[in-house]
Ligand binder design. Structure first.
Ligand SMILES: Nc1ncnc2c1ncn2[C@@H]1O[C@H](COP(=O)(O)OP(=O)(O)OP(=O)(O)O)[C@@H](O)[C@H]1O
Ligand SMILES: [Mg+2]
Length: 212
């Protein structure tokens, strides 16, 4: 699925937070949204994933305008195509690891849940409450959910922030696998290793702010 922003602007209240961004995210490729803190990476990622409405410009998926659509069209996009790994990982602490992968109760040894957990190195942890996992493990659990969904478009916010070098490499490898299998992977990041692994890099257009 080709996901594109066409001269997208976002204004919240009186503040312009996304400044005329145009980016084309291709299937089979990782696209990095890069730029300093506050430059609007997360906001543009949310715009591309239809989580945040545009004020100007448009978002298209395979050439069809999807921004400004009905709530029903957005829900269909999320249900059928998209997976998100956002900054808080969206983990439900009180539920089991397995529930967090499938987002519903599954049979005790559901092979698809097991395969997704194996993919991220969390095999055998199905029954544990997700709240017991470390930050890096929760990050990988969120990726297992995306693996389980087999999404065509994956939107990821700072996937390597707060991970050690070994886990950073693991997460970068997992995202790369997604892209190799044909998914469109969009990553907001300020990590140089993550950016280097992306075939396409999009620097944000934010105005330069000098801090005195
Ligand atoms: N809901 C909101 N209401 C008002 N301002 C917002 C809102 N969301 C984001 N902003 C502002 O928009 C700007 C861009 O924020 P954004 O989170 O997209 O930046 P970022 O590039 O992801 O930064 P970081 O690297 O720190 O994560 C910031 O100045 C932020 O305060
Ligand atoms: Mg951000």
């Amino acid at each position: 699925m080709i996901i594109e922003a066409h001269d997208v602007g976002v204004t919240i209240g009186r503040r312009r937070i996304v400044h005329g961004e145009s980016v084309r995210c291709e299937p089979g490729e990782m696209t990095a949204l890069t730029g300093p803190s506050g430059s609007g990476k997360t906001s543009l990622l949310h715009v591309l994933g239809l989580l945040l409405p545009v004020t100007s410009g448009a978002v298209t998926a395979d050439g069809t305008v999807v921004s400004g659509g009905s709530p029903r069209a957005r829900r269909a996009f999320w249900r059928d195509h998209a997976a998100f790994v956002l900054q808080d990982y969206g983990i439900i602490d009180d539920e089991s690891v397995a529930f967090n992968v499938a987002l519903r109760r599954t049979r005790r040894a559901d092979p698809r849940v097991r395969a997704a957990l194996e993919h991220v190195g969390l095999q055998g942890r199905e029954a544990e409450p997700a709240g017991h996992l470390s930050g890096g493990e929760k990050q990988r659990l969120a990726l297992a959910r995306a693996v389980h969904r087999d999404a065509r478009a994956l939107f990821v916010d700072e996937p390597t922030a707060s991970l050690d070098a070994a886990n950073r490499a693991l997460v970068i490898g997992l995202l790369d696998d997604f892209a190799r299998r044909g998914a469109t992977v969009v990553v907001a990041t300020h990590d140089e290793d993550m950016t280097a692994a992306c075939a396409h890099r999009h620097p944000m257009n934010a105005p330069t702010i000098t801090i005195h």
